[in-house]
Ligand binder design. Structure first.
Ligand SMILES: Nc1ncnc2c1ncn2[C@@H]1O[C@H](COP(=O)(O)OP(=O)(O)OP(=O)(O)O)[C@@H](O)[C@H]1O
Ligand SMILES: [Mg+2]
Length: 189
């Protein structure tokens, strides 16, 4: 299976890109982002197999739980359960992997439709959401940062750096995107 469909067109000042040289850099970015997020936010995590979506979600959930004074829980990939839920203090966190979902109607059955707006939702393979995708979600796309083309049917090799693009469909994330763009300053282009 290949890509995640076409991305919604971002407004020009609402996109930032960040180089993530290794898994620790992804975890550090997740820890930076965690205190800037809360209940009602949805992160749509795009990217090919093995691009780092679960790694990012795991680090984000751990950071939020630590900030709430909890011991971080184990965060398994939800590729078979489709959804795993967590709590970080008062905040409910939903982590979904919709790779195996073939009908956007199942989103409602999973309860995700209700979770958007009340929980912090992290969604892998969000193209499966179709029209159920929240319009004000923050989009993150993890991609291999290599000159040679990557075969989209094969998992991305572990050792390759990743490049993260972040964009938003609505103005409320404008400041956050600007802060990510500032983080990216000084990184190799
Ligand atoms: N910069 C990086 N950021 C994140 N992961 C990286 C990075 N570099 C290498 N990796 C490795 O890539 C793998 C990413 O696996 P992960 O399960 O997070 O992918 P995924 O995008 O969730 O895939 P799937 O679509 O199958 O769910 C991990 O083994 C991780 O260590
Ligand atoms: Mg995953």
């Amino acid at each position: 299976m290949t890509g995640t469909g076409s991305d919604p067109a971002p407004v020009p000042d609402r996109r930032a890109t960040l180089l993530l040289p290794d898994p620790d850099a992804t975890a550090a970015f997740a820890a930076w982002l965690a205190p800037r997020l809360g209940a009602g936010d949805t992160l749509l995590l795009h990217g090919d197999l093995g691009s780092g979506k679960t790694h990012f979600a795991r680090a984000l959930i751990g950071a939020m739980q630590r900030a709430a004074g909890q011991l971080p829980e184990e965060v398994p990939s939800p590729s078979f359960t489709l959804v795993q839920t967590y709590a970080a203090g008062e905040t409910e966190i939903w982590h979904a992997d919709l790779y195996r979902l073939h009908d956007a109607g199942e989103v409602v059955e999973l309860g995700l439709g209700d979770a958007f707006g009340s929980a912090l939702c992290l969604v892998e393979w969000p193209d499966r959401l179709g029209d159920e995708a929240p319009p004000d979600a923050l989009h993150l796309r993890f991609a291999i940062d290599a000159v040679s083309p990557h075969n989209p049917d094969a998992p991305i090799p572990d050792a390759e750096p990743r490049r993260l693009s972040v964009w938003a469909g609505a103005p409320r994330h404008r400041q956050l995107i600007a802060a990510i763009a500032a983080l990216a300053q000084g990184q190799p282009g």
